[in-house]
Write a protein that binds this ligand. Sequence first.
Ligand code: MN3
Length: 204
Amino acid sequence: MTIAFPPLPYAEDALAPHISADTLATHHGKHHKAYVDKTNAAIEGTDLAGKSLEEIIHHAEGSGNKGLFNNSAQSWNHAFYWNCLSPSKTAPSGDLAAAIDRDFGSLDDLKKKLKDTAVNHFASGWAWLVAKDGKLSVTDTHDAGTEVTAGIKPLLVIDVWEHAYYIDRKNLRPAYVDAVVDELLNWDFAAENLARDGAWSYPA
Ligand code: MN3
């Protein structure tokens, strides 16, 4: 029993021109796949084979196994990230829209905070919209850092590693972040995450 390598939830060219097919082929087919392959190589023949990816991340974090943590957390973060992007334009509604207005003032204020956090994050990492005890906030994590182990419910994430945008945008992270926040974020997925018990589960 190995960790799955889930397919993209849309065609490789579905997010163009904001994120190109070339970027998705490399980012999903090479980077994400390598994290999954390295996780599977590390757990083969150990007690962790057959465990969920979330259990593997938790174990690696607790035992200080940095290599396994990096590869398992990156596997989770990427699968979550693909679902946070949508080729069709979505907008917050219902409980999510109400929580955004309550905790940020407005959707525009939340978008500004997400963009500022993603653009200003130093080096590699992730910018998140999360819910903790029902309250929404924007956070960031470094390198493979994930919000799935922190007793927090991730709602959305933006990958700000250079490999997420360098093919399309070279060094222009702000242009990538603007496109993701303004055109691609899947607010329907965020609403599902807010409504579910616990965090989204990595596909088996
Ligand atoms: Mn990435």
